[in-house]
Design a protein around this ligand. Structure first.
Ligand code: M6R
Length: 610
């Protein structure tokens, strides 16, 4: 994953690059580094660990140049230490890299044979050596970058500067995102617009195998052969304060609290609030026609987005009566899927850059499927691959643990299920109205359950005594159980498993004792009685129950150590509200245990490597 920032312009680059890296730290935080041209020489500072370690090292440093590159790392090749931190250098070349060089062993062997001294364990450093080797012959940075591209195999994006040419910056993208910020006589090259949004709102998104060549105030775009290409400038309307904590202790908590507004924003473009109906006008003719013809839907996603997809299966099958399959992207892309004619593949990705999901949508297209992307980032790589588009519209999600993107997606899946059903004539006006009214009620229902914030803050110490957590649910609550368990694992580093409540007796029941907490998502729907029977089985074996139910459900309450009532809702929107207490529980457990809530260990927000 990794975050990249490059700057060429009239200002002093150090602070611009560090500020940019701060906005990208969610992409990786094992180590960080910066290289700036200073008095005609490259000055490089790197540090292991979080960006603050680099900042401390930089306090006494000053730079007088106008060109610099920076990087925050998520280790793939080589341990997360200072010698493996970027920028890497070879001779007069400095380079930052995001991605993986697949043929690095051959390149390394070749370089060692020629007597090159390799200073790190990374694949990235090797690219710097290849460019340095070449530039000594060409004396031309662009030419040497192009010559080097032909020697590298993999998915990689690089940003390169040459000490001898302090007014020149070159980037190449093949895989991980790179975006060029166009400012007033200054340019930025960044992994995510957040890193430069303070300085410009005008961006150019590089496609795979494209180069940007910035020289002075001039910027040129070309393909990997160096042939000029025309690129559009996109104006991004995110504001800088969207990426601030706004008084909250963590971004995650802020984003949990933003959910009522996020859901309202996500559904607003699709709902006629006078008639309580769902609009078809913004689907586009192509998709409307497609929704009529489809025989099957495949959802493909990773992590939390995959759990949203699982909810989507229940919604589309039950509302639109179309068969649905769900796939984890990393499985889909290698299982040689059979795609019958008239298949619609829907990818879900908050970032729009997840490498496996991107590969999956490309594969789906090769197999002849039509595609719809649900993402939070317009113009992201996945969004650009798809025919149809739906946007979460939640604003930036900074916390590595996904929260508001998940609930916004669930609201869009309600809308999508109704749209498909409407186009196919499978839903009555009354049923549509019920779904719309439930959706419109979600923001205020979420406000109500946000009051569990205080409750979990107080309960965290007691909850932290449990040795393990089993999350259970049935129907649409099953993916919510999986999502609850994922949140606890990634934030509080505690063992947690999500299970379909009815599956418990097929194995997990053996885990249950007094130290095991059973977190059950059991809103009052058609399956509640069955879930309660499963809980009796767990209770009889000493399990301690934390339950989330609808209203004052006395049966559920009497079995539980902790009972959290939810407002009454229709089955289609229960997941949106039920997940909020689970998010708060994981947040407070992690905070109580003094873990880094926004940047959990070993993880990154945008997983742009396989
Ligand atoms: O950007 P995406 O939605 O494609 O990301 C997918 C997963 O990496 C992501 O949901 C991950 O599981 C989150 N950290 C979960 O909170």
């Amino acid at each position: 994953m990794c975050g990249i920032v490059g700057y060429l312009g009239p200002k002093e680059p150090k602070n611009i690059i560090i500020e940019g890296l701060k906005k990208l730290e969610y992409r990786g935080y094992d180590s960080a580094g910066i290289a700036v041209i200073h008095d005609g020489k490259t000055k490089r500072v790197r540090a292991q660990g979080k960006l603050k370690n680099l900042e401390e090292k930089l306090i006494s440093e000053s730079f007088n140049g106008h060109l610099g590159i920076g990087h925050t790392r998520w280790a793939t090749h080589g341990a997360p230490n200072e010698r493996n931190a970027h920028p890497h250098q070879a001779g007069e070349i400095s380079l930052v890299h995001n991605g993986i060089i697949e043929n690095y062993l051959e390149i390394k062997a070749e370089l060692i044979k020629k007597g090159t001294e390799i200073k790190s364990d990374t694949d990235s450093e090797l690219v710097a050596h290849l460019i340095w080797e070449d530039i000594q012959k060409t004396q031309n940075l662009l030419q040497s970058v192009k010559n080097t591209l032909g020697k590298i195999v993999g998915a990689f994006s690089i940003l390169v500067m040459w000490e001898k040419s302090p007014n020149e910056l070159i980037a190449f993208k093949d895989g991980p995102p790179l975006i060029v910020g166009i400012g007033e006589k200054e340019h930025f090259v960044v992994s995510d617009v957040q890193a430069a949004i303070k300085y410009t709102k005008r961006f150019v998104y590089l496609n795979d195998r494209e180069i940007v060549h910035i020289q002075g105030t001039d910027v040129k775009f070309m393909n990997a052969k160096g042939e000029p290409i025309k690129k559009d400038i996109v104006t991004v309307d995110w504001s800088e304060d969207q990426v601030e904590k706004a008084g909250f202790k963590h971004f995650m908590l802020k984003e949990i609290y933003e959910q009522p507004r996020a859901v309202a924003q996500a559904i607003a473009p699709y709902i006629d609030t006078d008639t309580h109906s769902i609009l078809l006008k913004n689907i586009g003719y192509e998709m409307t026609d497609l929704y009529k013809k489809i025989d099957r839907v495949f959802f493909i996603a990773c992590g939390t987005s995959y759990y949203a997809a699982m909810v989507g299966k229940y919604l589309i099958e039950q509302i639109a009566k179309v068969p649905v399959e769900t796939d984890i992207a990393s499985e889909f892309r290698y299982r040689k899927p059979v795609m019958p004619a008239n298949t619609l593949v829907i990818t879900i990705s908050q970032s729009g850059e997840t490498a496996d999901t991107l590969a999956a949508i490309r594969l789906a297209k090769e197999c002849g499927a039509q595609t719809l992307s649900i993402t939070n980032v317009a113009q992201s790589s996945i969004d650009r691959e798809a025919t149809g588009h739906m946007y979460m519209n939640t604003g930036v999600e900074v916390g590595v643990a996904s929260t508001k993107a998940f609930t916004s997606t669930l609201s869009l899946l309600n809308i999508l299920a109704v749209q498909i059903a409407k186009v196919r004539g499978k839903i009555s006006v009354a049923d549509e109205k019920q779904i719309v009214q439930s959706l419109l009620a979600v923001p205020s229902q979420m406000e109500t359950v946000l009051s569990y914030d205080k409750y979990f803050k107080e309960a965290a110490a007691k909850l932290a005594e449990f040795k393990g957590f089993l999350y259970l649910g049935r129907g649409v609550s099953f993916p919510i159980a999986l999502e609850g368990a994922l949140k606890l694992k990634e934030l509080a580093y505690m063992h947690a498993e999500g299970y379909a409540a009815g599956e418990m007796k097929h194995g997990p029941l053996a885990l249950i004792d007094k130290d095991m907490a059973i977190v059950v998502v059991a809103p009052s729907d058609d399956l509640i009685d069955k879930t309660i029977s499963n809980l009796q089985e767990a209770k009889a074996r000493g399990g301690k129950i934390i339950s989330i139910g609808t209203g004052e459900n006395e049966g559920l309450k009497s079995m539980s150590e902790f009972y959290l009532p939810l407002p009454a809702a229709f089955w289609t929107t229960n997941p949106l509200v039920a997940v909020v207490p689970l998010q708060l529980m994981s947040y407070h457990l992690a905070d109580h245990l003094k873990y880094d809530v926004d940047q959990p260990r070993n993880l990154a927000k945008s997983v742009t490597v396989e």
